[in-house]
Structures are given as structure tokens and as C-alpha cells.
Write a protein that binds this ligand. Sequence first.
Ligand SMILES: Nc1nc2c(ncn2[C@@H]2O[C@H](COP(=O)(O)OP(=O)(O)OP(=O)(O)O)[C@@H](O)[C@H]2O)c(=O)[nH]1
Ligand SMILES: [Mg+2]
Length: 197
Amino acid sequence: MIAVKKAQLYRTVFTPEDLPDTPYSEVAFVGRSNVGKSSLLNAIVKNYRLAKVSSSPGKTRSINFYLVNDRFFVVDLPGYGFAKLSAAEQKRWKKLIESYLTDRDKLKGIFLLVDSKVGPTEKDIAMKEWLEYYGIPYCVVATKVDKLKKQSERARLKKRIREKLGLNKEIEIIPFSSKTREGRGEVLKQIEQFLER
Ligand SMILES: Nc1nc2c(ncn2[C@@H]2O[C@H](COP(=O)(O)OP(=O)(O)OP(=O)(O)O)[C@@H](O)[C@H]2O)c(=O)[nH]1
Ligand SMILES: [Mg+2]
């Protein structure tokens, strides 16, 4: 498993032209606004002040590149499904994300984050189809599992997500909590697997 020794913000990108051209491979976090992408990043690097986290959705508006161990990037993307954005902002978001996801040969894998309590939304399903269409390797992270208090909810979690998203058997689902750090090791292992491709 990767030992995270060092992590720093490398670049903040607001327009496709500013996407960095670097020698490093990368993995990225995508998902609804407020699903816990920035919290996942912080839990992975054990620095709760690296990426800004907020209970109001739409906190991350830029694509943020974090350089880990001077070896690879973890990329925190702005969330989708944030209703309060203006049409112009939504258009800007779409263009930025699309140009990132479709034209990035250093991108080795995506973590698609789904809220354990809310379950996959229509937008999550659309994102999954999109990743498959473009042939981008991905896995699913079920976030905020600490919120599932009932054993029965917990037991059904993976099956529910798999069915709703229409996932193939070989696509991994990792239950995760940034509060308890459950799943951190599995996410790091998956990062390693993506980077080896
Ligand atoms: N209970 C619980 N709350 C969490 C967890 N992860 C994130 N949260 C909370 O969920 C809210 C959103 O977390 P963020 O990490 O900012 O979410 P994001 O996906 O980066 O959101 P955007 O930047 O808006 O796209 C914050 O209030 C977090 O404290 C978790 O594992 N458990
Ligand atoms: Mg964020």
C-alpha cells in the first residue's frame, strides 16, 4: 500500500487551457456536489486542511491537482448537480470537466463517489455511462458510510448501488468514511492499481 509521505496543492484550474502538462500520472475524484470528494482527498493524505470542505454544496469550483509523494496527482473535481449555479456557471463547469475527462492521457482511473445514504442519482448514472463510453477505468466509492446506523442498510449497500448504477461484476465498490477512515486502505490500493496500468 502507498504510504503518503507528502501532499501539496500543485495547481488550481478554472479553464481547459490551464490544465497542466506534466510527467505525472493521475487519478481523479468525481461525484455530486457535497458527496465528500474533498473530504476523501484529505482523509487519504491525512491532512484535514489541504482541500476545503464545506456543508454548503458547490465548495470546489476549480479542478485542483494535488501532488502526492512527488510521484502522482490526485485530482479533486468540482461536483455536479449543484442546482444553485447559474446557467453560465453550469456551462463553464461542463466544458471544463468534459475537456478534462476526454483529453487526458495521464488520467489512469476515476473514483466515482456515491453517497451511501442517498444512493446513486440520475446524474451519477449518467456519469457512469459517460465513463464507460469514453473507456475510462473507474471504481465506485460509497461515501459517508458512518451515517448508516442499521446493520441491514450496511449489508445491502453494495448490492443497492450495483443494481441502481447497473455496474458490471468486476467494478469495485469501496465503502468509505472520512470520519472513521474506513476504506482508506482500499482506496490507496485502488490508486496503486490504477497507476500501474
Ligand atoms: N458523516 C460524514 N460526513 C462527511 C463525510 N465526508 C464528507 N462529509 C461532509 O459532507 C460535506 C461535504 O463534504 P465535501 O468533502 O466538501 O464534499 P465535496 O464532494 O468536495 O463537495 P463540492 O466541493 O461541493 O463538490 C461536509 O459537511 C463534510 O463534512 C463522511 O465520511 N461522513
Ligand atoms: Mg469539494
